[in-house]
Ligand binder design. Structure first.
Ligand SMILES: Cc1cc2nc3c(=O)[nH]c(=O)nc-3n(C[C@H](O)[C@H](O)[C@H](O)COP(=O)(O)O)c2cc1C
Length: 297
């Protein structure tokens, strides 16, 4: 299938300008390998490995199987600072080429990362945080729009992506509700240099989500998605039927992590996801749909 690219996807060495976005608890090394083989960028939070030692094992496993790029997500404010430091060092040791920073100030990580040629993408839901991250030196801004899985924003992507572009000098990555090739094409038309997709990859065979989580993503539509701060203290999109009636606002930390295990997150993009498939097939579908959509333009 013929490749397509943007300046940022070329710089990262990808066949397609697509990222399988990091997802707390459910992204794993198998996904990263399948993405690398399919020509897109897979990413996972370092803390999906329970300890730094297990994170090292994951990196070793990946490096033994691919020399293609993959990314690691550092959830700055949600990770114990010592753990964060160790994981960042391990990422350097195994020459991880892309860092994705979220939930905090990326300044320190960027400074070191650039000495080692690592590209840093930073995820935001508004221009204020995008400007701060740009000033900190990140290489691209991930604009997380309304309806995204995880900690989503409130701005419609038709506005948010071009608005970020108009106000930033660095590339913009579009996130939120991108479930197929038509939306990848739309994101690129809006000026995004990568399409950043989480929810679509929950329903992949390689994903670590349990079977009934994947099934709920496949069989539900956006009416099942609720935007609330009652689960973790920060607004995020969750699957309504997994939220217990007595949910209160506990804030971050271990309690919050436990909640993400039982209360499942997904974005409005579930309306367009009908089947769990291997990542290779999902990417083939996206590429075909992208080319069909591009022909219509
Ligand atoms: C279950 C789930 C867990 C997530 N966990 C993280 C995380 O640990 N770190 C992070 O930066 N983003 C996280 N996100 C957000 C995704 O990286 C990405 O921004 C989002 O999935 C894009 O929107 P989409 O799901 O509509 O494709 C998570 C999203 C989901 C669905």
């Amino acid at each position: 299938m013929s490749s397509f690219s943007t300046p940022l996807s070329k710089r990262l060495g990808l066949t397609y300008p697509i990222v399988c976005a990091p997802m707390f608890l459910i992204s794993n090394k198998e996904m990263l390998l399948a993405c690398a083989e399919a020509g897109i960028l897979g990413a996972m939070p370092s803390i999906n490995a329970r300890t730094s030692e297990l994170f090292r094992d994951d990196l070793k496993w990946l490096r033994a199987r691919t020399d293609k790029p993959f990314g690691i997500n550092f959830t700055i404010g949600l990770t114990d600072p010592e753990r964060l430091k160790r994981d960042v060092e391990l990422a350097y040791e195994f020459e991880v080429p892309v860092f994705i920073t979220s939930y905090g100030n990326p300044t320190e990580i960027v400074r070191e990362a650039h000495k080692r040629n690592v590209t840093v993408l930073h995820d935001v839901i508004n221009l204020k945080h995008a400007k701060k991250a740009e000033a900190a030196g990140v290489d691209a801004i991930i604009g997380v729009s309304q309806g995204a899985g995880g900690h989503a924003g409130t701005i419609n992507p038709y506005v948010f992506v071009p608005y970020l572009r108009q106000n930033l000098a660095i590339p913009v990555v579009a996130a939120g509700c991108i479930s197929g090739g038509e939306q990848v094409a739309a994101a690129i038309v809006l000026g995004a240099e990568l399409a950043y997709m989480g929810t679509r990859f929950i329903a992949s065979e390689e994903c670590g989500a349990q079977a009934d989580y994947k099934e709920l993503v496949v069989k539900s539509d956006h009416n099942e998605v609720v935007y609330t701060d009652k689960v973790s203290g920060v607004h995020a999109n969750f699957l309504k039927s997994t939220i217990p009636g007595d949910t209160h606002t506990p804030g971050h930390g271990a309690d919050s992590a436990k909640r993400w295990k039982d209360i499942w997150s997904a974005g409005q993009g579930i309306s367009l996801i009908d089947e769990t498939k291997p990542i290779a097939t999902i990417v083939e579908d996206i590429v075909r749909e992208y080319h069909d959509a591009a022909t219509r333009l």
